[in-house]
Design a protein around this ligand. Structure first.
Ligand code: ADP
Ligand code: MG
Length: 139
């Protein structure tokens, strides 16, 4: 992946709240192109591996439990300057601080259940996309 791609997860609470459709619609409206998409449930081991960068943080085990608690949607998105554009589009980590109209403001429930994940760098977008998708699963 290059600088026009990012990786996202629609988190378990957003899936449970039937926000897959509304969130994907917003992603389309904002001109992100979906080039890979899957509905799946992570095992605890997979969530641990995915969030390994956060293993020293106090919320790590809670986050791992939460992210493996139910099905999620994972996707690779394409747009110019995708990582920065998507972070701006989803809003601040805590939905309470996220700007009006942002995904986390509209669909987030709490700091943990903040509707979506978005990669924080091109390097991590590549690592995260590769974690879930093989070469034949992206178009
Ligand atoms: P972001 O998702 O905005 O990049 P981080 O990478 O800092 O935020 O954190 C990863 C995820 O961990 C957040 O999206 C959120 O679900 C959860 N999280 C972050 N900070 C906390 C916290 N203080 N307490 C509980 N969960 C947190
Ligand atoms: Mg992050």
């Amino acid at each position: 992946m290059t600088e026009n791609k990012t990786f996202t997860i629609i988190k378990p609470t957003a899936v449970k709240n039937n926000y897959i459709g509304p969130i994907l619609a917003k992603i389309n409206e904002a001109n992100f192109k979906i080039i890979a998409l899957k509905y799946l449930k992570m095992t605890e081991e997979q969530a641990k591996a995915f969030y390994k960068v956060h293993e020293e943080r106090g919320f790590y085990s809670e986050l791992v439990n939460y992210m493996s608690s139910g099905p999620v949607v994972v996707a690779i998105l394409e747009k110019d300057n995708a990582v920065e554009e998507y972070r701006n589009f989803i809003g601040a980590t805590n939905p309470a601080d996220a700007k009006e109209g942002s995904i986390r403001k509209l669909f987030g429930d709490s700091l943990q259940a903040n509707a979506v994940h978005g990669s924080d760098s091109n390097e991590n977008a590549e690592i995260e996309g590769n974690f879930f998708f093989s070469l034949t699963e992206r178009f």
